[in-house]
Design a protein around this ligand. Sequence first.
Ligand SMILES: NC(=O)c1ccc[n+]([C@@H]2O[C@H](COP(=O)([O-])OP(=O)(O)OC[C@H]3O[C@@H](n4cnc5c(N)ncnc54)[C@H](OP(=O)(O)O)[C@@H]3O)[C@@H](O)[C@H]2O)c1
Length: 309
Amino acid sequence: MTYPQPTKSSPQPAPRRRPVGPLDDTDPGVHRGVLAADVPHVDVRGARIPALGFGTWQMTGAECARAVEDALELGYRHIDTARMYENEAAVGRALTASGLPRDAIFLASKIWWERADADGVRASVHAMIRDLSVDHLDLCYLHWPNPDVPLRETLEAMRALQEEGAIRHLGVSNFTPTLLDEALRIAPITALQVEYHPFLAQDDLRRLCQRHELALVAYSPLARGNVHGHPRLKAIGERHGKSPEQVTLRWLTQQHHVAAIPKASSRAHRAANLAIFDFELSAEEAQAISELARGERIIDPSFAPEWEQ
Ligand SMILES: NC(=O)c1ccc[n+]([C@@H]2O[C@H](COP(=O)([O-])OP(=O)(O)OC[C@H]3O[C@@H](n4cnc5c(N)ncnc54)[C@H](OP(=O)(O)O)[C@@H]3O)[C@@H](O)[C@H]2O)c1
């Protein structure tokens, strides 16, 4: 089917102040590599989720494999894919080619909502593991809620796979506060993945995630490129020698229990997005970015739930 085109342990540790790598003079703010150890983690419910991950939507085949391999070389250790992206085999090739031990990588994938019935869940997870050439997923989300399948059926099927060792942690994506509340009453959810960027506030979901000690993983964290050149983000970035994209990713990952998974098809962008842990936004700057929220939801397909915010 066609997917619509357009839409930390607590408290947050102080950022490291030491320089994390050489700067490229021709592209201020871009740097060539970050030690994976310099990326903070969101530690929730026994999961250790790198706060900055690499999104792979709309990358397939050799281009995807090259991008993921390069991301791993740059220092990314959290890779986000999905059954629907049709790139799991490419991601798997990159994981193998990286030579990294499996437990060095936090690998997340998603079950497409049309396979939310118990048999669909089991078949999807087995297919993911096969295509990714791994023996388990670190995090498996239900990609979107499915109103035609009882949530209990989906989550209990995911829970059984967790008990069998195929999935380490359970997640849900594109859930409203009401649906997340319901999910939490059924199964031990570790992470919620939702659209979150300066133009779309997620206060209710953030509060819920904090109350239940879940990670909130921000997808489309750069508003699919729309943060580029925004005057306020640009002005704040200039104070720190960073781009609007870097300021946005720092704003997200400075928040309690929030991780972000930007996608970037160029190496320069991939490197820049990782070079965000050597500065810190002040409370005033973070507040000024939060005030940019204008209800701009980019990912809103026909099968989306009724959003509550
Ligand atoms: N759960 C869900 O339903 C769902 C939905 C959407 C997305 N996601 C996940 O979230 C990931 C990220 O979201 P997204 O792909 O929608 O959008 P995004 O990460 O917000 O934005 C990607 C866009 O920003 C550009 N970009 C990246 N870094 C940049 C930089 N440093 N400077 C300037 N431009 C930069 C990219 O350009 P280049 O590509 O040219 O570098 C690309 O055009 C996806 O890949 C996917 O893994 C999940």
